[in-house]
Design a protein around this ligand. Sequence first.
Ligand SMILES: Cc1ncc(COP(=O)(O)O)c(C=O)c1O
Length: 403
Amino acid sequence: MTPSDHSDPTDDATPADQPPAVPDHGFATRAIHAGQDPEPVTGAVTVPIFQTSTFAQPRVGEHTGYEYARTGNPTRTALETCLAALEGAERAVAFASGLAAEDAVFRLLEPGDHVLMADDVYGGTWRQIAQVHTRFGIEVSAVDLADLDAVRAALRPTTRLLWAETPSNPLLKILDLAALAELAHDHGAQLVADNTFATPALQQPLALGADVVVHSTTKYLGGHSDVVGGAVCTDEATAQRLAFLQNAVGAVPGPFDAWLTLRGVKTLEVRMARHSENAARVAAFLADHPAVTAVAYPGRTDHPGHELAARQMSAFGGMVSFRVAGGMAAAKRVAESTQLFFLAESLGGVESLIEHPGIMTHASVAGTALEVPADLLRLSVGIESVTDLLADLEAALAAGAAQ
Ligand SMILES: Cc1ncc(COP(=O)(O)O)c(C=O)c1O
């Protein structure tokens, strides 16, 4: 390994060559083995938490592949190797949070570049680009990316990125990733897909033509609501630019966070199957309930994106949104009445969560085109016994209707 001063921005920011992924193996095998060979000194079968800020160097100007833990850490490398193998990417870069990962992608742009963003992205994504990156000359507009004619009309000569989230948050809209990739490429732009809701277990955006996948690994990839993290999965050249930016800016995940995420990823496939099963049952229950006026779940045949989702995804995921009769007040009562569904932001953990997007996760888009309905509730359906979840919702809906 050539020397690379971690403080020298011209040097390579690759901490160590990532070992080759194992693309020939099945998904669940890659989740457990990619980047996770037994540790060579002791044979530990679990990647150790390399809790160190620096690495001893054998000679001046030579290092083992790791020199300073902002630039790289072996636990982080293992996570990055695994995530790249799962998304079918040449390389992944793990970040301190999903928003840190997105920030790095936006920093690849130049002043004057335009980003065309889906009109119902996660509120924090919109807040970041609209309130932070526009101050440095990045331009952004929002459009319904499900309407390809509207997308064509909204493209500008300066459009460099299309930013898609599918299923979207919180309305679970389904976007045609292959069609958007083609549109972007015809225009000389790139497609970024936020794959947080679907995860690579259910949807493979790079295989559909996307150029970059971003993740909040805080959600399903971590899977246990115990760690905040993010990742970008992409080609080697883009990943090198991201790794340079990350080393220069500093939003790195700590080794314990990388380890927790890696542990979560091992069970991703089985968890996503169970999340999807439980969510389908919850969506069917809600659709039949008199206190519910609308249900959004891409697995239901009445969902406008159902056929596309069936083509693009291998199952429909664990997120369900629904609208409650009686408006915002009734919706708040329901959200405050569940026992097993904890009232909390975030999603993707083994435990079920309920939230009011308008007041909680999406408060930052109030008054904009991205505002969500006041009677909307979002569920992250966990992997508990589904009969218990249905009983919990039944009782909460009764409490919501009771005033
Ligand atoms: C779809 C989506 N993308 C990105 C983010 C941001 O990730 P983080 O909270 O890890 O910064 C979130 C967070 O809720 C999200 O739901």
